[in-house]
Design a protein around this ligand. Structure first.
Ligand SMILES: CC(C)(COP(=O)(O)OP(=O)(O)OC[C@H]1O[C@@H](n2cnc3c(N)ncnc32)[C@H](O)[C@@H]1OP(=O)(O)O)[C@@H](O)C(=O)NCCC(=O)NCCS
Length: 146
């Protein structure tokens, strides 16, 4: 199984290409890195990745944070999981999922939580989560504001 490494703040850009495959709204690596480092990292967001040939561009990444809530207690929340299209189907996301489970256990979390869209473009992700013993436990509601 591929080696997973944590991507520190100074190397957030190493996660950008893989992350943009999932989050195209940021349009550029620069905008995405600035958002992560300015808004997410200070709130505890972390990144881990799998690298192939390029040591400065992960082919698969996971973004997550340790969190606490009245509903879920102490948990690890996975915000992002993405593999670049050319590197899919090689077990990279599986390696990241196993790594994050170990990290959640190390932090003594009660559970891992995540949201995933319901469209057909998330079918591969849903298979990954079910394979890794995630249950579907909630509906997620969103109200867009003017
Ligand atoms: C979901 C996603 C992260 C999975 O990444 P991945 O690195 O391709 O995942 P894996 O390689 O671990 O598993 C993918 C498939 O390859 C298979 N696979 C894993 N290693 C393999 C190998 N060595 N040989 C053949 N197949 C393999 C897995 O069984 C799995 O099969 P399935 O799709 O039939 O269930 C990726 O498809 C993706 O980025 N999708 C778009 C973004 C997205 O939806 N993110 C989740 C948001 S909630």
């Amino acid at each position: 199984m591929a080696e997973v490494v944590e991507i520190p703040r100074a190397q957030t850009r190493h996660a950008a290409i893989a992350m943009l495959a999932l989050r195209p709204r940021w349009q550029s690596a620069e905008a995405l890195v600035e958002f992560i480092d300015t808004n997410l990292r200070p709130a505890g967001y972390r990144l881990a990745g799998v690298f192939d040939n390029d040591p400065e561009a992960a082919v698969s990444v996971i973004g997550f944070r340790e969190a606490w809530s009245t509903a879920w207690g102490h948990h690890l929340y996975v915000d992002d999981m993405s593999t670049i299209p050319d590197a899919r189907g090689r077990g990279h996301a599986e390696a990241l999922m196993r790594w994050v489970v170990v990290e959640a256990q190390r932090l003594n979390c009660e559970a891992i939580h995540l949201d995933s869209g319901v469209g057909a473009d998330r079918a591969a992700a849903h298979r990954l989560y079910m394979r890794n013993h995630f249950d579907i436990t909630a509906h997620h509601f969103t109200r867009l504001l003017d």
